[in-house]
Design a protein around this ligand. Structure first.
Ligand SMILES: O=C(O)CCC(=O)C(=O)O
Length: 285
């Protein structure tokens, strides 16, 4: 799929405020892989809502993740339907070649029972060991996704709290694990977080997505999270986080897994929406 420079320019027009994501401060991580995670790091997660571990997965595991995603997007499994194309390509999606599909896919989801290469990463014992400590319980599968931000136009994921999408009481810790398969940096839409923002729920509104109001984001405390391939961000289900659009010519592939504690009880959709808001159609944000 070849685009003219003018097309690329039009794709890159922002539909959100230019200062919604700040690029002045990078969050720091623990080097040397999961084996280096100590008690103090678990406490850091509890206090600040996140923990970064560099060098967590090696090159073979990164290639395994990418191969698994390519298998799914390349239709190795004809019955698999968990693929979301970038909105601007949806009308053409039946005509896309495999390479074009790979370049225009934004999200792949619910693949654990289909693609064993990704299932093995989800249940990697070295990863589960850390997740168990963060949850203080046995981790149970909640959600599996691959988030691909294609070069030049990969869309923004506005600021939100993941627990606004999950039916758990507020005292249940949900852990998100974001694994960089490509280098994630400020130019290609890496993760942004607001440390310490995981202590209470925020009302979500239907705007560009179901999200926290742009005006309700504590922008001065935004840290971006650069990661080399194989680096991991653990994040609390209530931390404010989002990713700006990909303005660069480098794609940004990541896996995002969510785990819940084995002993968590669930709440109803209505109870969740009474905490996080419903539509916000009259909201001024
Ligand atoms: O990787 C991304 O672009 C954003 C992922 C995210 O925050 C989410 O899907 O909850």
């Amino acid at each position: 799929m070849a685009f003219t420079p003018n097309q690329i320019k039009s794709f890159q027009k922002l539909d959100y405020p230019t200062d919604l994501y700040q690029f002045g401060r990078a969050a720091q991580g623990v080097d040397g892989g999961f084996g280096k995670v100590a008690t103090g790091h678990i406490q850091h997660f509890r206090d600040h809502g996140y923990l970064i571990v560099n060098d967590a997965f090696d090159n073979n595991e990164i290639q395994q993740g990418k191969k698994g995603i390519r298998n799914l997007v390349g239709q190795k499994y004809p019955d698999f339907s968990g693929i979301q194309i970038e909105p601007r390509f949806i009308k053409q999606q039946e005509k896309l070649t495999v390479d074009e599909r790979i370049q225009s896919t934004r999200k792949v989801f619910n693949f654990l029972q289909t693609e064993p290469l990704l299932k093995d990463l989800f249940y990697a014992p070295k990863l589960l060991k850390v997740v168990s400590k963060l949850l203080d319980d046995t981790p149970v599968h909640l959600q599996d996704m691959a988030l691909l931000k294609p070069a030049n136009f990969g869309a923004e994921k506005p600021w939100h709290q993941d627990c606004a999408y999950f039916n758990f009481p507020l005292d249940v810790t949900v852990v998100g694990v974001w694994i960089a398969l490509d280098e994630a940096k400020s130019e290609n839409g890496c993760m942004h977080i607001i440390p310490g923002s995981h202590k209470k729920p925020k009302i979500h509104f239907k705007k560009r997505d179901w999200q926290i109001c742009d005006t309700d984001i504590d922008r001065k405390n935004d840290f971006f999270v650069p990661l080399k391939p194989g680096g991991v961000l653990f994040f609390h289900g209530l931390i404010h986080h989002g990713t700006p659009s990909n303005q660069s010519d480098q794609s940004r592939w990541a896996l995002q897994f969510h785990y819940r504690p084995q002993n968590a009880c669930e709440i109803s959709n209505d109870d969740r929406l009474s905490i996080f808001g419903s539509q916000g159609k009259d909201a001024d944000c």
